[in-house]
Design a protein around this ligand. Structure first.
Ligand code: KIV
Length: 273
């Protein structure tokens, strides 16, 4: 699983053959420039999801339900998730948490809306978890995670994202659950893995969590390319002849003659300069 937030990133994911594309609400930070995932709206996420699904060929597209678009009631969850499927073409949705969110997962499953649960570090409520930090690092915390994992499976989730939890605990959860786990900072024993597109490709700036592997430095490449473009423009090395359109010599001469003769330049129907 890889995140994607627009047509071109989704095309990259498709061409690379990833199985699941997540239109994560990490879009809030990596695409829209918010400092957390909290502010992103349903409409913003719908627009990004629709751009992704227009690029879909075979991957399953999962849309993140934004913060406070599903927490208040099952009705909210159903209406929001329904919009992602009907208006944006998503195949499935993802939401964060267990406990009070279990009825939401149940309602979505009953309505036939495939739902992925997300446990461990849950960025929408990271403040109440004490910040962006690894979870389930105590025996009690690990037990709670295992309990929640069983509960989201029983409620009807078809997969579970585990974020920033010890590898040994994620391995145990993965062994015990019948549904697949997808890890991000949760070790190699999860059934699948997910990374944020911009992190994987080195397109972002600033601190990266330890669980990120950067497979390319496209951000640096992009800056270098744009610097060369800007220098070429300033030095008039771009555009060159091969980038421009020609006009027949005869037409050009005719044009010059017309100007010399003071031919009117028509700018609007019936109006002349
Ligand atoms: O929003 C997101 O990108 C996510 C992944 C990090 C799992 O939820």
């Amino acid at each position: 699983m890889l995140t994607a937030y627009d047509h071109s990133s989704a095309r990259v994911a498709e061409r690379a053959g990833v199985d699941l594309i997540l239109v994560g609400d990490s879009a809030a930070m990596v695409v829209l420039g918010y400092s957390t995932t909290v502010p992103v709206t349903v409409d913003e996420m719908l627009m990004l999801t629709a751009a992704v699904t227009r690029a879909r060929r075979r991957a399953l597209v999962v849309a993140d339900l934004p913060f406070m678009s599903y927490q208040v009631s099952n009705e909210d969850a159903l209406r929001t998730a329904g919009r992602f499927l009907k208006e944006a073409g998503a195949d499935a949705v993802k939401l964060e948490g267990a406990g009070p969110m279990l009825p939401r997962i149940g309602a979505l499953a009953e309505a036939g809306i495939p739902t992925i649960a997300h446990l461990g570090l849950t960025p929408q409520t990271a403040t109440s978890q004490g910040g962006y930090r690894a979870q389930a690092r105590t025996a009690q915390g690990a037990l709670q995670l295992l309990h929640d994992a069983h509960a989201v499976e029983a409620a009807g989730a078809f997969a579970l994202v585990l974020e920033a939890v010890p590898a040994a605990i994620a391995a145990r959860v993965t062994r015990e659950l019948g549904i697949p786990t997808i890890g991000i900072g949760a070790g190699v024993d999860c059934d699948g893995q997910v990374l944020v597109y911009h992190d994987l490709l080195g397109l972002g700036e600033g601190h990266l969590p330890r669980f990120v592997e950067r497979y390319a430095d496209l951000g640096d490449l992009a800056v270098e390319a744009v610097e060369r473009y800007a220098a070429d423009v300033r030095e008039r090395r771009f555009p060159q002849e091969r980038h421009t359109y020609a006009i027949d010599d005869d037409e050009l001469a005719h044009f010059a003659r017309l100007l010399e003769q003071g031919a009117p330049v028509v700018i609007d129907e019936g109006e002349a300069l």
